[in-house]
Design a protein around this ligand. Sequence first.
Ligand SMILES: NC(=O)C1=CN([C@@H]2O[C@H](COP(=O)(O)OP(=O)(O)OC[C@H]3O[C@@H](n4cnc5c(N)ncnc54)[C@H](OP(=O)(O)O)[C@@H]3O)[C@@H](O)[C@H]2O)C=CC1
Ligand SMILES: CC(=O)[C@](C)(O)C(=O)O
Ligand SMILES: [Mg+2]
Ligand SMILES: [Mg+2]
Length: 408
Amino acid sequence: MSAPAFTRSATRAALRAAAQASKPQLRSLSLLAARNVVRAAAPAAPRFAAPASVRGYKTLDFAGTKEKVYSRDEYPLEQLHEYFKNDTFALLGYGSQGHGQGLNLRDNGLNVIVGVRKDGESWRQAIEDGWVPGKNLFSVEEAATKGTILMNLLSDAAQSTTWPELSKFVVKGKTLYFSHGFSCVFHKETGVIPPKDVDVILAAPKGSGRTVRTLFKEGRGINSSVAVFQDVTGEALNRAVNIAMAVGSGYVYETTFEKEVYSDLYGERGVLMGGIQGMFKAQYEVLRKNGHSPSEAFNETCEEALMSLFPLIGEHGMDYMYKACSTTARRGALDWAPEFEKANLPVFERLYESVRNGTETRRALEFGNRKDYREQYDKETDAIADQEMWRVGHVVRALRPDRAGKAL
Ligand SMILES: NC(=O)C1=CN([C@@H]2O[C@H](COP(=O)(O)OP(=O)(O)OC[C@H]3O[C@@H](n4cnc5c(N)ncnc54)[C@H](OP(=O)(O)O)[C@@H]3O)[C@@H](O)[C@H]2O)C=CC1
Ligand SMILES: CC(=O)[C@](C)(O)C(=O)O
Ligand SMILES: [Mg+2]
Ligand SMILES: [Mg+2]
């Protein structure tokens, strides 16, 4: 078997970047990175011989730990059509994931309907996206009756409050699907205990539903996790992988419900969202207190991170970003990184415990079930937008070369 597509394309991308790099120094860095990709790929090739009975997975070596990865190339659209020919996907909820997964399923030509509470915000958004009431847009109950794969994409809080009603539709022969381990793992808090005679699976895109959609439209796919909570038919895992591909995944990793929810709640509160906002804000505040102008404080904190340095980490790794910066920067960053690690470690430990012991779950349920949850969330996120740092960001973004001055 040949090297996997993503290794080949990573190599191609790295080589392309190397060829395009204008500065000789960067070109040699890029070539180094490209060679590293080639080196990493070369010895791995023989391990890709997956058992013939299990389609589409490769066992890859993640820094010494072998893990399975399913790749979209092995799940062509015709095969998905055949696999789901007797199924109706009932997408319950139309938030960020409902939007991304639903439109991807629809564009993939699969039989999909949406169920949301009538006349809510999601109902309006679904209509805006071309779902038609009575044709493929229904109430949650109607959609749950019609669907064979019940995709519970209501908010995690709503999954809990609606369960007494919704569980009536979760009957033998149907598949219960989530994009999070939340409801099943924290069943003591949520009350969600699926009946014993249905497959219960998850496919959790590791990114925003908006990205699920944009990557799909670009002909790529998001990374997703899959897991099985209950396997009655013996087909649960295969079904989860097929659904993950159908909703727009590129590569799919196996996990468990528990590991998925712990890591997800932890990551989003940490580096992905809470941590980064806290870190940006702290750095910005100190700059401002020391007399730096708002634009300087913002540029040196957020703009340079997001537009220049973080994309380099994303493309080629942390070492590459370090090497692409000055020796002066490298010295200081190498010295200070352990300081930040030490300062952050206890916070991350406290956070993980707060996830594991259900504190985060109880908080999300309590808040998400308030009648005015949307307004309350908006109030708090608007307060972030109103921080000086992000008001400055608004102006700085308008000055980016691709939209120079447009928003001013
Ligand atoms: N956001 C993301 O990108 C990701 C989300 N997930 C998971 O996917 C699932 C869906 O999340 P997401 O797409 O963000 O959606 P949200 O958490 O934003 O939930 C929105 C949906 O829940 C509905 N809803 C909320 N309260 C109620 C209620 N009391 N009764 C009926 N419907 C209600 C909303 O309808 P209405 O408009 O009528 O209020 C809306 O359709 C969750 O399990 C989440 O953890 C997984 C990966 C990433
Ligand atoms: C986008 C995502 O994967 C998150 C951050 O975990 C979520 O929205 O819950
Ligand atoms: Mg997530
Ligand atoms: Mg999440």
